[in-house]
Design a protein around this ligand. Structure first.
Ligand code: ATP
Length: 357
């Protein structure tokens, strides 16, 4: 592709207005270094600020504008702090995943040299199903998927469909083929025989299309133990929505800190970069936020767009983003959560300098 990418910027809440602009700066530097055309950025309202200006945490105008773009960066949101009725509604990232059917949440965990990893040899990717499973609020056309027949009884609905499991399994197997050809299916089919059982059975059926990938399956509870003991043995891990969410927090922490765990939400034709962590309101506005997760997520978006558009310069820029971040941390520049003293801006300056240098 010769024209520049058109990418959305959704700052979000808490530390979002600090880490998302950091990612924009690093992407600009990496594309320039790779000889690719500059991005046309488009900032769109989302989160608490959008409630004030548009009466919605995720305005319809934002959804319409995103539909016309190549992809976007989503900052974290602090939806638990929204006033009612917004707090009880599906949160902005859930809305975006559902609206654009971003069914694959890809969450790599690769340790950093100098990054204080608990398991420094971790190099795996959690592929989390994003549209159904045990997160009940994703499972309904209307309503939340949770209900209370009496004040003392609460019920939540899990949903598993062959179609959704097949496509997440294929995404995971395709990724395993580009990595070390190993895939682990995580489930709880011994107890939840029908729901988690369907997830396991459908993944194993898809496995027959990928005889070159070595497959095993592990119960979710056992998986937490295996990860603590031997994270390095895992390559690609596929799981339903809630299991994948929890596992990827664990793997992110094993590989470094929550502030370094990136993610990409993708369908077959759209993608959204989003850090795995939340809005960290406790440190917002102080220049303490670690932008690494958001920056690496933006790098994943460039890589995805490079594959989609067949443009090697975007893939090259993605590698430069990753290398720039790793070089800065290796050189001892890091934010407080990694034991350093750099502010968000100082760390971003260091990454940009390494990409430009
Ligand atoms: P959510 O429910 O939105 O995921 P949460 O409260 O579970 O949010 P986070 O907002 O991710 O979790 O914050 C958890 C802890 O990690 C907080 O102490 C926060 O300051 C810290 N933290 C999260 N992200 C970062 C970051 N990018 N840089 C530094 N610290 C971070």
């Amino acid at each position: 592709m010769t024209a520049g990418l058109r990418l959305g910027v959704l700052l979000g809440d808490g530390i979002g207005p600090e880490i998302v602009p950091a990612a924009v700066r690093v992407v600009d530097a990496a594309l320039a270094a790779a000889g690719a055309a500059p991005v046309e950025w488009r900032e769109l309202p989302l989160g608490a600020a959008a409630i004030d200006t548009h009466g919605s945490a995720i305005p319809g105008s934002t959804l319409e504008a995103l539909a016309g773009l190549d992809g976007w960066l989503l900052g974290p949101h602090d939806s638990a702090a929204y006033p009612e009725p917004f707090r009880s509604q599906l949160n902005p990232s859930g809305t975006l995943r559902k609206h654009f059917d971003l069914y694959a949440n890809v969450r790599p965990a690769r340790a950093f040299e100098g990054g204080r990893a608990i398991a420094p040899d971790t190099d795996l990717v959690v592929v989390r199903e994003n549209t159904e499973g045990f997160y009940a609020d994703r499972n309904t056309f209307a309503g939340t998927g949770e209900w209370m027949p009496t004040p003392d009884v609460a019920v939540a609905m899990g949903v598993f469909t062959r179609r959704a499991v097949e496509r997440i399994a294929r995404a995971a197997f395709e990724l395993a083929r580009r990595r070390r050809n190993r895939l682990t299916i995580v489930h709880k089919a011994n107890v939840l025989q029908l729901s988690s059982g369907l997830f396991k059975r459908v993944c194993l059926a898809v496995a027959e299309e990928y005889p070159d990938v070595v497959v095993d399956d592990v119960h979710i509870d056992a998986m937490t133990v295996h990860l603590l003991r031997r994270a390095a043995d895992f390559d690609v891990v596929v799981a339903e929505n809630m299991f994948g969410d929890i596992l990827s927090d664990l793997t992110g922490e094993l590989a470094g800190s929550l502030g370094t765990a990136p993610s990409l939400n993708a369908s077959d034709d759209r993608a959204m970069a989003q850090a795995a962590h939340g809005s960290a309101p406790d440190i917002a506005g102080k220049g303490l936020a670690n932008p690494v997760a958001m920056v690496l997520s933006a790098g994943m978006l460039l890589d995805w767009l490079g594959t989609r558009h067949g443009d090697p310069r975007l893939g090259d820029a993605a590698v430069r983003v990753d290398d720039g971040v790793r070089a800065a941390v290796r050189d001892g520049v890091s934010t407080r959560d990694l034991g350093g003293t750099a502010s968000t801006d100082e760390f971003t300056d260091a990454v940009v300098a390494r990409i430009e240098g």
